[in-house]
Design a protein around this ligand. Structure first.
Ligand SMILES: Cc1cc2nc3c(=O)[nH]c(=O)nc-3n(C[C@H](O)[C@H](O)[C@H](O)COP(=O)(O)OP(=O)(O)OC[C@H]3O[C@@H](n4cnc5c(N)ncnc54)[C@H](O)[C@@H]3O)c2cc1C
Length: 401
């Protein structure tokens, strides 16, 4: 049983099917989380992981290539360039509307005959000894051999595995985005430009059809209540954002001014480290287990990698427990490195006046190393080989919380 039909859910379903396991996906909403957010970037590692299960083509078709990111200061000074693609192969990061990515992955799963049941919100689950019993908000129950929580950053499965699990932390930033035409920009198609503005962060990228896709991260010390941002209209956002970016170099204020609609992408949260990823026959993957701040541009890619590695471990190891333990040993160091790195960048996005001066001095020294060095290769160049066997964990028998 897979809980959640976002990115990790359908990807896990396809990977399990390829591994010879028969999954069913249960999704809380009538359609999936399609409407949430504006657009996102699937890193070359995410595309590569989808390729492992022959599911990369729909995502590639739905987006456009975005191989580089230039980082600039509030005055427009270049701070560095990040290559967001594998240097050694024909795999390039793609930017897609969130709804298109969800749709592409879900439709591919459906095309493969995978059952996705909607209006099924998991509210409870228990290990039964030789399986898992899942209870849904509509009062129905289902039984399966195992349960995979792909239910996102505000996961229910996480708390069922460990009632003491930490909640995701609000990062002090909110996200907004929009699409604009007719405003000249200083970057070419597919090349992101990200600006550490004086009072907020702004990113934009021209799409092949001439539209400019943009997003902004605004410091908001107090976490907005649920629905609060959605109740603010585009006109009010436009006024706030044009004011926030008025003193910065570049087209941020002009892009915002020319946008018909400005969409809130919500308060930005992160889950740095979760002590228990699994208990008995239940496990969390994707944002439910480790949610990097959206700043990382890696949450979706890590979710697909998780899905593929978990399916391989279940294929290769003799028991569910040994598969879960081997999977965690393999994944934890990688995802926690990326999550922590994103948290550091987030702090820079919300820097005060003194912090901004230090940041603009230090970034040009650090970024080239971060961007083109070992870290970038490790993040974007990650490859999963479907045909290698997952090694048995040394500590398969360790006690579970
Ligand atoms: C503003 C913003 C920008 C981002 N930009 C990027 C980016 O550029 N690149 C990137 O890689 N990542 C980005 N991310 C992160 C990325 O969206 C997530 O990492 C990714 O969606 C995680 O996938 P998931 O499948 O784990 O969870 P989700 O995509 O959140 O899917 C979870 C699913 O579970 C369902 N669900 C929840 N609870 C239940 C329940 N109890 N029962 C049944 N179903 C349930 C939900 O309805 C949803 O369909 C961004 C996030 C935000 C907020």
């Amino acid at each position: 049983m897979i809980i959640g039909s976002g990115i990790a859910g359908p990807a896990a379903a396809m990977a399990l099917q390829k591994a010879g396991i028969d999954p069913v996906v249960y999704e809380a909403h009538t359609t999936g989380a399609d409407g949430v957010g504006v657009f996102l970037t699937l890193g070359s590692n995410g595309i590569d992981a989808l390729r492992t299960i022959d599911a990369d083509a729909p995502a590639i078709t739905a987006g456009f290539a975005t191989p580089t990111m230039d980082i600039v200061s509030t005055t427009g000074k270049a701070l560095g360039r990040i290559r967001t693609s594998r240097p050694d192969a024909n795999v390039t990061s793609r930017t897609l509307k969130r709804a298109d990515l969800y749709g592409a992955i879900r439709d591919e799963a459906l095309r493969r005959g995978i059952r996705i049941e909607h209006d099924k919100r998991l509210v409870d689950a228990q290990n039964t000894g030789n399986g898992v019993r899942a209870v849904f908000a509509d009062g129905s129950e289902e039984y399966g051999d195992l349960l995979i929580g792909c239910d996102g950053i505000h996961s229910t499965v996480r708390g069922l595995i460990d009632p003491a699990a930490p909640a995701p932390a609000y990062s002090g930033l909110i996200g907004l985005g929009g699409y604009t035409r007719g405003v000249p920009v200083d970057t070419r198609t597919g090349s992101y430009r990200m600006m550490f503005g004086k009072r907020a962060f702004f990113g934009y990228v021209p799409a092949p059809d001439g539209e400019v896709w943009w997003f902004a991260n605004l410091p908001r010390p107090a976490e907005p209540a649920r629905g609060e941002l959605e109740n603010i209209g585009s006109e009010q956002w436009r006024r706030e954002l044009t004011d926030l970016f008025a003193d910065d170099a570049g087209p941020a204020a002009a892009l915002v001014r020319a946008s018909q609609e400005i969409t809130p992408a919500g308060p930005m949260h992160a889950l740095l480290t979760l002590p228990a990823w699994h208990r008995g026959r239940m496990i969390t993957i994707g944002d439910a287990a480790h949610a990097p701040s959206p700043t990382s541009g890696q949450g979706a890619s890590l979710s697909v990698e998780d899905a593929v590695e978990l399916a391989k471990a279940l294929r290769d190891l003799p028991t569910i427990e040994s598969a879960f333990t081997a999977y965690e040993a393999l994944r934890r160091p990688r995802v926690e490195r990326i999550v922590k790195q994103a948290a550091r960048v987030n702090n820079n996005k919300a820097a005060g006046p003194a912090g901004r001066i230090i940041r603009d001095l230090v970034m040009p020294l650090i970024l080239p190393r971060l961007a083109n060095g070992e870290q970038s290769r490790q993040t974007y160049g990650h490859h999963i080989d479907w045909d290698t066997t997952t090694a048995a964990p040394e500590n398969a028998g360790r006690p579970q919380p």
